[in-house]
Design a protein around this ligand. Structure first.
Ligand code: SF4
Ligand code: SF4
Length: 291
């Protein structure tokens, strides 16, 4: 189960598919989180995302209760937030509970990272990665630390394994940083990335690139076939990309109405043109390539 617990974010990245920022105020309530916890025994993994999920006041409550349910918990983080007042003890909090951390690092060079995420972000992320390494993250099997690459423009990601080797070599030699896995994610043509494509006159070209790279071998690994995505207000979606497009599941339309997991599966997935981003080239999901 993937839960989007806030659209609020301390950053304003250019590629953000949900238009997150400090100007957004949607937040998952404690009541909705209780429904998440109620249904969790039916799932293996809870994947917590946002916005910056840490900015939801009940973030720690959700983690503690999910762990008590026996599922593996992973949290997405931009890491910059962990440098801000009120969040600085989060690395220790997450390490003590064995929470997997997935951090977006668009590239291993300062210029490329700062261009997408904002000036000064690279240096903070590097210092946070060092702190996480010192706690055992990225070094111990019990504390996975994953990085996310996404292209800095209207092109597809390169091969994930080669890129992972490149990231590992560069981060080790230049910063003495280690991490577990690299996830290469294709930019989905929605949200701020869609706005960029429109502004730069690249939308048609990008969509054609996705259509032309359609890979049937990526179909079995589409993440919508194995997960459910819960929005801040409890509405249910096939994936996080369908949320900003308003492509919610018809029935049941809210997690509060789910009494039995069989109500959600099998179901018809809501597809649209943006889905080509998941099945182009090596395939793409929140966990990286799929083919
Ligand atoms: S991409 Fe992530 S860190 Fe950047 S603005 Fe969106 S939610 Fe925040
Ligand atoms: S194929 Fe479409 S519905 Fe499935 S995960 Fe991708 S964007 Fe979501």
């Amino acid at each position: 189960m993937q839960v989007n617990i806030t659209s609020k974010c301390n950053l304003f990245c250019k590629h953000c598919h949900i238009n997150a920022g400090l100007n957004r105020h949607e937040e998952m309530s404690l009541e909705t989180m209780k429904h998440v916890i109620r249904l969790l025994p039916n799932f293996k993994i809870l994947d917590i995302t946002g916005g910056a999920p840490e900015m939801n006041n009940n973030y720690r409550w959700l983690i503690d209760n999910a762990i008590n349910s026996g599922v593996h918990v992973m949290t997405r983080s931009n890491l910059v937030i962990m440098n801000e007042s009120g969040y600085q003890d989060l690395p220790e909090f997450l390490a003590e509970r064995g929470v997997e951390i997935v951090c977006s690092l668009p590239f291993y060079s300062e210029n490329d990272c700062d261009r997408q995420r904002g000036s000064g972000t690279f240096k903070i992320i590097i210092s946070m990665l060092k702190k996480l390494n010192a706690l055992g993250y990225g070094l111990s099997e019990k504390l996975p630390l994953d990085l996310v690459y996404n292209p800095g423009g209207a092109f597809l990601p390169p091969n994930q394994s080669s890129l992972e080797r490149e990231y590992k070599a560069r981060l080790k030699s230049e910063h003495n940083i280690e991490f577990t896995n690299l996830f290469a994610i294709t930019n989905n043509p929605i949200g701020r990335f869609r706005e960029f494509l429109d502004r730069s006159g690249n939308y048609d070209k990008y969509m054609k690139r996705l259509f032309d790279s359609f890979n049937p071998e990526a179909l079995p690994g589409m993440m919508c076939r194995f997960q459910i995505s819960v929005g801040c207000d409890g509405r249910l979606y096939d994936c996080d990309f369908n949320q900003p497009l308003g492509l919610a599941i018809d029935e049941p339309d809210n997690i509060s109405k789910v009494n039995n997991i069989s109500q959600l599966t099998p179901r018809k997935i809501k597809f649209a043109d943006h889905c080509y981003a998941c099945v182009a080239g090596n395939g793409s999901s929140c966990g990286g390539t799929t083919a």
